[in-house]
Design a protein around this ligand. Structure first.
Ligand code: ADP
Ligand code: GN1
Ligand code: MG
Length: 371
């Protein structure tokens, strides 16, 4: 969204029931999808902080159902947090209602906006700061999934259909190569070949789901490290955010996406590929945290498939970045030329390294499981 359109922010602010006078707002965070702002309001001496977000309605084409999902999931979690003696204002997202009682507002351009209470004293990281943070995040994502096991899945709308259906992602990719709308395909022959060499494996998880060998659960589906808030004082993972993609999925998606992002020794958009590798210690520590958080709820088949979940999520994400590069960068936000191509290359580098360390990954999962 260009800054010219940001004028609509004022409209959205006026429609939401923020406390006090809006003083300032600035772009915030490093998400690839929504437009996020940190909003400061003042009420006499008191300052109130909020997150204001324009929901990307080109990607989430049904923002009303999406917000119904989030309202349902957060009020469900809220009750659990209260029952466990936690702080519901810091441990889950709190939606700021519109002045007429809705969970979102629309501006005169048809954009959808929402407000959340800002969670202070906690940080989202783009890179693992220390192994304990990663362990904590594994525990929290495992626990999140465990808690949502009791959520009525039939009430959730699938906000993006086939979100982690890797074979469908592959088909979309092939179409992008064929259409080559930006004339970029000749620049990425090596990457295209990388994908095609792995065509046979793409359906591994979806086939097991179809055969009933992996159970469908309520999952987060976007478990990267910057979608979890770590308390600045205690170092504990306190709140899981970015709930746009909470919907039925596989446990290995949540495990895998965290490994893809957090156990990479390089950042997602690193251009020096020699820095990219799978950190085996981080893989191990996350596995430990995740399985602890799941507290015995995963089946034997799910546990066995964890390494494959990591590999498939990384491969799939690389394919999505490459598809977007070929299609003219219309999906993920970019801040430089070839940004999506750089991101794709780190993902493929990581897949390659996982393939080299495959035996080790399997042994770790087995050992952690045995305790
Ligand atoms: P996107 O879908 O674009 O990734 P997110 O919902 O993840 O959007 O938000 C982007 C960033 O905004 C997060 O990574 C985090 O830094 C920050 N953020 C989001 N919600 C909150 C909140 N309630 N309190 C504090 N920071 C938040
Ligand atoms: C997007 O919204 P954000 O930045 O947390 C994307 C994920 C990708 C991720 C790659 C809705 O996550 O699927 O894995 O970028 N979210 C959506 O960094 O497509
Ligand atoms: Mg996010």
């Amino acid at each position: 969204m260009g800054d010219a359109q940001c004028g609509k922010i004022r409209e959205a602010i006026d429609l939401l029931s923020f406390e006090g006078e809006p003083i300032s707002w600035e772009r915030y965070g490093s998400g690839h999808i929504n437009d996020t702002f940190r909003l400061v309001c003042r009420d006499g001496e008191k300052e109130h902080l909020y997150i204001l977000q324009r929901i990307n309605h080109e990607i989430f084409t049904d923002p009303v159902s999406l917000m119904r999902n989030i309202a349902g999931v957060t009020s469900f979690l809220r009750e659990k947090i209260i029952a466990q003696g936690g702080d519901p204002y810091r441990e889950t997202l709190n939606i700021v209602k519109s002045r007429d009682g809705k969970d979102y507002v629309t501006d005169s351009d048809g954009n959808y906006w929402r407000g959340y209470l800002f969670i202070s004293g906690a940080t989202c990281f783009d890179k693992v700061r220390n192994p304990d943070d990663f362990y904590q995040s594994g525990k929290a994502f495992g626990h999140f999934q465990r808690q949502l096991a009791e959520y009525p899945a039939e009430e959730l709308t699938e906000t993006i259909v086939n979100f982690h259906n890797t074979p469908v992602r592959l088909e979309t990719f092939k179409k992008a190569v064929e259409e080559d709308v930006c004339g970029r395909a000749h620049l990425v022959q090596k990457e295209i070949q990388f994908v095609m060499d792995r065509e046979q494996d793409m359906g591994l998880a979806m086939d097991m789901l179809a055969k009933g060998e992996l159970p469908l659960r309520v999952t987060h589906n976007d478990t990267k490290l910057n979608n979890i808030m770590i308390d600045d004082k205690t170092g504990q993972a306190i709140c899981i955010i970015d709930l746009d993609t909470v919907m039925p999925g596989l446990s290995i998606f949540d495990f895998g996406d965290s490994i893809r992002f957090g156990a990479n020794t390089a950042e997602e958009d690193e251009t020096d590929l020699t820095k990219v590798s799978l950190s085996v210690p981080l893989f191990e520590i996350y596995t430990r945290g995740f399985l602890e958080g799941c507290a015995g709820s995963l089946t034997e088949a799910e546990v066995k498939m964890l390494p494959q979940g990591a590999r498939l999520m990384t491969l799939e994400c690389g394919i999505r970045f490459l598809t977007d590069y070929l299609s003219g960068d219309t999906y993920f936000k970019i801040s430089r030329e070839k940004h999506n191509l750089d991101r794709c290359r780190t993902q493929f580098g990581l897949v390659e390294d996982m393939e080299k360390k495959w035996g080790e990954m399997e042994r770790i999962v087995e050992a952690v499981c045995k305790g």
